[in-house]
Design a protein around this ligand. Sequence first.
Ligand code: AMP
Length: 174
Amino acid sequence: MRRKLTSGHAFVALGANLPLDTPNPEDTLRSAMAAMIPLSQQLPVLSGIYESEPKDCPPGSPLYLNAVVGILPRADEDPLTLLHKLQAIELRFGRTRSGVINESRTLDLDLLAFGDKEMDTPELTLPHPRAHQRRFVLQPWLEIAGNEWLLKGRTLGDWLLECQDPPLSRLQEW
Ligand code: AMP
């Protein structure tokens, strides 16, 4: 049974395609999900883990593993404070930035949505500006949020039908 989501939920996309403490980035995703527990008033809602082809990435980039997590932010949290906490988690999980666009990474955390808040600042755009174009975001997000969640006025399923990205494979449950 799907856990009840509220209009106050926030959603975070996880991605990883480089090893960290173990050869398998899946371990990083699982640990990063656990690191998000303190950011949520309820146990986070977790999608499965999906494998995707690198999209708009430098040639030779390894396959990605992706997932989406739903959290219920604390009352004193706002989108920017949450983004900063996600960036701190990225750093703890070995994230470095050389400036190359879409370079491989041990962990990427994108804030997809924070309730129905909309903003467009140099530091944070909500909803995430490319979420609706990416199967590796839409498919795990649909898995946990269903079609009740609207993104830019449309259901996640509607966006998926339009998405041209190749199919993803979903890893086995743990
Ligand atoms: P990336 O290197 O792909 O993780 O991009 C991170 C950059 O995008 C940071 O400078 C963020 O401030 C900015 N950014 C803008 N909107 C968002 C968002 N919704 N979620 C995460 N990062 C964002």
